[in-house]
Design a binder for this molecule. Structure first.
Ligand code: 2NE
Length: 271
């Protein structure tokens, strides 16, 4: 792994390896709970990964082996509608990050060792794939600590593990081990902790040799109905980008720039 030059972060580590960008939440003293700055930094790193033509997959993980992420940092949760940043402003920018992960045009793989709790459980849920170590433990705590995520946390959870199981997870605030998470479809695979990174990189490598456009449009397709009109926007944006690459699409631009009528008759109506 090579640190990405020009990126100085306080709460995350950001490095790359052979087309994979790895973002590590680096707050092990609180089981990698996030504060607004953590999430802001992850979004900056994701945008850098998006703009790097060498990067085709992202791994999201937590520092150490005890926790992927324990959700919002309860020590800085404010009274004014969110989590306080260092200037005292409250944020719920976990929701911004969730949307960004879903619209990133490449697979995001959660690599989960240890706790994935509260907003940390939702964070891996919104990733495209989850590779779990055998020491991983999952669960929601919201109704116990005075919080909830009724957006992707509830709706995407239900679509992932089924409605009854999702309600159980949220209504009872139980914890589930890696084997149970695999059985309910919350994770893709479980591997021994010592093999977690190798296995996650292997999954990324398998995807990296496949068609990036196919994966990109498939991701948008998987998310489209759940994300409503903004999901359709993402899917349709891919269609627009592909259309721009055709001679038919370029004829419209050329005609405008050349101050003539466009001649679309040359382009067939396909069955
Ligand atoms: C994760 C869990 C079950 C682990 O328990 P254990 O016994 O292994 O560790 P311990 O001792 O609780 O935690 C170790 C240190 O990490 C801190 C703890 O306070 C402790 O530090 P000290 O007090 O000893 O100094 N820590 C752990 N999680 C933290 C957190 N989220 N915020 C601040 N400090 C944290 C156990 O630690 C646990 O249940 N953690 C809390 C999980 C939780 O409730 N997360 C927030 C859910 S709400 C949310 O994430 C959210 C949302 O619902 C909507 C929008 C955005 C976020």
């Amino acid at each position: 792994w090579r640190p990405v030059p020009g990126t100085e972060f306080s709460d995350i580590l950001f490095d790359t390896f052979e087309g994979i960008a790895r973002i590590t939440i680096n707050r092990p003293h609180v089981h990698n709970a996030f504060r607004p700055e953590t999430l802001e930094e992850i979004m900056v790193a994701l945008q850098k990964a998006r703009l790097d033509p060498e990067v085709g997959a992202v791994i999201l993980c937590g520092a150490g082996t005890e926790a992927f992420c324990s959700g919002g940092d309860q020590k800085i949760r404010g009274e004014d509608g969110g989590y306080k940043d260092t200037t005292g402003v409250n944020h719920l920018n976990a929701l911004d990050l969730q949307r960004m992960i879903r619209t990133l045009p490449m697979p995001v793989v959660a690599m989960v060792a240890g706790w994935a709790i509260g907003g940390g459980n939702v964070l891996h849920l919104v990733c495209d794939l989850t590779i779990a170590a055998d020491n991983a433990r999952f669960g929601q705590t919201g109704p116990r600590v005075g919080s909830f995520d009724g957006g992707f946390g509830a709706g995407l959870m239900a679509r992932t593990v089924g409605l009854k199981k999702a309600k159980e997870i949220w209504f009872l605030c139980r914890q589930y081990d890696a084997k149970e998470a695999l059985e309910m479809g919350l994770v893709n695979t479980v591997v021994p902790l010592a093999e977690l990174e190798l296995e996650t990189v292997a999954w990324c490598r398998e995807m990296l040799v496949l068609s990036p456009t196919a994966l990109r449009v498939l991701k948008a397709g998987f998310n489209a109905d759940t994300d409503g009109l903004s999901g359709i926007q993402e899917l349709a944006g891919n269609a627009t980008a592909l259309y721009y690459m055709t001679a038919e699409g370029q004829e419209g631009r050329n005609a405008f720039n050349e101050k003539r009528k466009p001649d679309f008759a040359r382009y067939p109506r396909r069955p």
